[in-house]
Structures are given as C-alpha cells and as structure tokens.
Ligand binder design. Structure first.
Ligand SMILES: C[S@@+](CC[C@H](N)C(=O)[O-])C[C@H]1O[C@@H](n2cnc3c(N)ncnc32)[C@H](O)[C@@H]1O
Length: 301
C-alpha cells in the first residue's frame, strides 16, 4: 500500500462539512431529532449495511469497555450503549463528536469519554478497552498501519477488534475505474490515487481513501491474533439518495448472494481478531483432526 501524503487538516476539513450517514435521510425532518436518529438507524441496519447487525456484535459486549474510532453521527456507538456497553468514542471532527453526544443524550444513554482526537494518536492508556470497533475510518487516515497499532495498544490483552476497511469489490472496477476512470477520463486527468479518492464516498471528492488488498490487510494486522478477514456487502446501490434509488435489479443481487459471491466481490473487508495475550495458557494438547476422529471412533459405543 503506497502511503499518500495528505495533511490531517485537509481530511478534517472534508469530514467536518460532510456528516456521514446523513444522506440516509430522505424525509424533511429536524436534524438531531429522535425521529431523524431513528430513521438513520433503520436505514443503516435494514437497507444499506444490513450485515452490521450481526458482525458488529452489538449485543455481545454488555458491561465491557468499548471504543469506537470515527463515530460519525454515532449510530453504532448508540447501538453498543443501548446494549449495555460502557462506550467511548473519538472522531477527528468537532461536528461528529457533537452529533454523537446529542445522539447518546437523546436516548438517555451514558458514555465514558467522547473526544475529538486522531486515530493515529489515541488519547487513551495502554490495555484499557475490551473491544475496539471502527467502521470505514482507518482507510481515510494517511497512516492506516499506525491506526491499527493504536487499536492494539489500547486493547487489553485478549481484547477484540472489529474493523471495516474498503476492499476492491466489483464497483471498484466498474464504477471507479471503468465509468469514472476511463469513460469520464478521471484516470487521465488525475491518475489512479486521486480517481479512487474522488469516487469512493457518496459525497465525492474524499481527500484520501485507501482501497485495500487482502495481502496488505494481513500485513497491517500481523501483530493481532486469530485475525479473520472477510468480504461483505455487494453494494447494490449506485446512487443512495433519495432513498433506495438506482439499485441493482433484485434478481441479480439474489443470484450473487445465492452463489456466495459477496465473499468474492463484496466491497467491505471486515477484519476481526484479538490482541495477543502473553498470559494466556497455551494449550498443551497437541493433536490432529485425524487423532480426534480416531479417538472418537475408538470410544464410540
Ligand atoms: C466514512 S465516515 C464513517 C463514520 C462512521 N463510522 C460511519 O460508519 O458512519 C469517516 C469518519 O472518520 C473520521 N476520521 C477520518 N480520519 C480520522 C482520523 N485520523 N482520526 C479519527 N477520525 C477520523 C471522519 O471524521 C468521519 O467521521
């Protein structure tokens, strides 16, 4: 992965004015109202990122210290808080932290710390959190690897991480490279990196977005334990707002899902794993699958 040298202030400026997820809302209703937050959550978990309900493990971290890196408008941190986690969150922008606070307060949920901070320099002590969660954030920071090292630093030994980073799904090739890159001439005008930056986000013109290969992800998570890397989300939507428009025909999506093609051409990598725990007793039992089958066979009555 070739690092891009973009200033943090440019990244901050971009996100300060572009609240993620707010494009989910197509109703004329008051921003930061209960019904607005409800609508954002409904669309996030039932339309655009259905798979999140399962992979984010919202209801499996009760009473645990959970940190979200890059809260955006706070829908996910609210879901952890609703399920009894002791939540903390950071985001590079004042705007995001402001909305996240309002979001938690609207639902009368408490939080530990909510801070404007940089994912590459987390303002938390070592070995503090049980779970660190981050969705669609660390590929927007110049040094993604440093961000991952910070995740591992603040996790307790044996603590878990759940991270989403962009993969090269089918839309990377069809939308970004073919339609924008070749047909609209972005690749000739801006080159590869800028073409990708400009076309990854719904709002367009991101100053920095890495789209990663599995090999690169394996490398940046090499210090984690039991790391799993899986592709999710077909990305049926070409245009998101107004709600539910310009979508792949249902029979095509069904075909893709039926044949499990989401794992092959999905556009999000979900990376799960743990921080190494040096005190964990290594299993002393050394055995093979064949040994287990043989033992079962011998003992079968
Ligand atoms: C695509 S949004 C995702 C927000 C939220 N996680 C979601 O899924 O809607 C990216 C977010 O990452 C934040 N961000 C980008 N770079 C960051 C950094 N270095 N440190 C902390 N937050 C960062 C942005 O301010 C923005 O809120």
């Amino acid at each position: 992965m070739k690092k891009q040298a973009i200033e943090k202030k440019d990244i901050k400026n971009y996100w300060e004015n572009k609240s993620p997820q707010t494009w989910y809302s197509d109703k004329d209703q008051e921003k930061n109202s209960t019904s607005w937050f409800n609508e954002l959550a409904y669309k996030r978990y039932n339309v655009y990122y259905e798979y999140l309900k399962e992979i984010a493990e919202f209801n499996y971290h009760k009473d645990e210290k959970v940190l979200e890196i890059g809260t955006g408008v706070g829908t996910d941190i609210v879901s952890y808080a609703k399920n009894g986690s002791i939540v903390s969150g950071i985001d590079l922008t004042e705007n995001a932290i402001d909305i996240t606070k309002k979001h938690l307060e609207t639902f009368k949920l408490s939080y530990d710390k909510l801070l404007v901070a940089d994912a590459e320099n987390l303002p938390f002590e070592d070995n503090y959190f049980d779970l660190v969660y981050s969705f669609g954030v660390l590929h927007h920071t110049p040094n993604t690897e440093k961000g991952v090292q910070e995740v591992l630093r603040v996790l307790k030994p044996g603590g878990k991480f759940i991270i989403m980073l962009y993969s090269k799904g089918w839309k990377h090739y069809i939308k970004r490279l073919l339609i924008f890159g070749l047909l609209k001439g972005y690749l000739f005008k801006y080159g590869y990196e800028k073409t990708v930056n400009k076309t990854t986000e719904v709002q367009g013109n991101s100053p920095l977005t890495y789209v990663l290969k599995k090999k690169e992800i394996k490398k940046i998570f090499r210090d984690g334990e039991e790391v799993s890397i899986k592709k999710y989300r077909l990305g049926e939507f070409f245009d998101y707002a107004p709600y539910n428009t310009k979508k792949l025909p249902g029979f095509i999506s069904k075909f893709f899902y039926f044949f499990g093609l989401e794992r092959l051409i999905g556009e999000n990598y979900i990376i799960k794993g743990f921080k190494r725990n040096p005190n964990k007793e290594k299993s002393k039992v050394k055995t093979s699958v064949w040994q287990v089958i043989w033992d079962e066979y011998k003992n079968y009555k």
